[in-house]
Write a protein that binds this ligand. Structure first.
Ligand SMILES: [Zn+2]
Ligand SMILES: [Zn+2]
Ligand SMILES: [Zn+2]
Length: 320
């Protein structure tokens, strides 16, 4: 980082008896500093704005919606400051280190899977007018005519089942590396987390492969779409969506348990849409059924970063 650039690490609300605002935690090259960003009329607005700005740093699905909601009641100068800030945050988040601090902040209120929306219906929609309550009785939406009130891609319940699939696949892959539990005898586990074409790759490959499931899961934890940054992550995400669909159809008790504290949505469990929306392309698909062992350099290519999505933080370490 050059001395001239200032990076935004996180945002926190500031509450005093008669004033409320948002502080930006910035790093101008000499370590972190707090900087007053905007003042707001009340405490909840300051809290929501700070959390929405952290959401922008983390690519949260609902960050923009929360921003709009809170800026609607804000002063013109606050709106101006925030709209000047957003393009800076958008560029900054290409650096994976940029979200390191925001990722560690404890979330007040809804965290994890609850960060995903149950509906995209805004309550007063600029296309279909009075549309509300998830588009109930809206003629425009019944005809599929509104491009704002589209079904939610990833709902809290879908995210919970997908998150569970990612967790068990990660463990199966780690078990194969360390010859533990189901893989004590050296055989790959029953879920097929480790594809036949890479079962004989070395431990370094297999550990990084197991970590891809955890990386995608870390996206879900911060309310972001699981976003593959390399071929290995695309394979992991495809396997996880397939396994989540299997859980949904076969493991009713487990699913009931996973969804118990989460709101329902008419868009729940649309696995086909996830397969369509979460991938840049489907070039990796042939590998899913590839039986012949891959050569070392071919397999290594699975971890080449795509370059058009922010890469993972290289200092993130391994869970196991
Ligand atoms: Zn609607
Ligand atoms: Zn509508
Ligand atoms: Zn609408």
């Amino acid at each position: 980082m050059s001395a001239a650039t200032k990076s935004y690490l996180a945002f926190v609300p500031q509450h005093a008896p008669d004033a409320h605002g948002v502080l930006a935690i910035v790093d101008g090259g000499d370590g972190p500093e707090a900087e007053a960003l905007v003042s707001l009329p009340d405490a909840p607005s300051a809290t929501v704005l700070a959390s929405a700005l952290n959401g922008v740093l983390l690519h949260q699905v609902t960050a923009e919606r929360h921003l709009e909601a809170v800026l609607g009641g804000a002063s013109a100068s606050t709106r101006k400051t925030i709209s000047a800030l957003l393009p800076i945050l958008a560029t900054a988040t290409e650096d994976p280190a940029a979200s390191r601090v925001a990722r560690q902040l404890p979330t007040a209120g809804d965290g994890g899977f609850l960060l995903f929306p149950t509906t995209n219906c805004p309550g007063r929609c600029e296309i279909c007018g009075t549309c509300r309550n998830d588009c109930v009785e809206c003629p425009e939406c019944a005809d599929g005519g509104c491009e704002i009130c589209l079904p939610a891609t990833l709902t809290p319940r879908t995210a919970a089942v997908l998150g569970h699939a990612l967790a068990i696949l990660a463990d199966e892959a780690y078990d194969y590396v360390y010859r533990t539990r189901m893989s004590r005898d050296g055989a790959p586990g029953p879920l097929g987390a480790v594809l036949p074409c890479v079962t004989d790759q070395d431990d370094w490959f297999l550990r990084r492969y197991a970590r891809t499931f955890d990386d995608l899961s870390s996206d879900l934890q911060v309310g972001r779409y699981p976003t593959p940054t390399c071929t290995a992550e695309e394979i992991a995400l495809d396997l996880a969506i397939q396994d989540a669909e299997r859980l949904y159809h076969d493991e009713h008790e487990l699913v009931a348990d996973l969804e118990s504290d989460l709101p329902a949505s008419r868009s729940d469990y649309d696995w086909d849409t996830l397969q369509d929306v979460l991938f840049q392309d489907k070039d990796y698909e042939g590998l899913l059924s590839h039986r012949m062992p891959l050569a070392r350099d071919e397999a290594e290519g699975w971890f080449e970063e795509f370059g058009n999505v922010p890469p993972r933080d290289r200092y993130r370490g391994f869970r196991r």
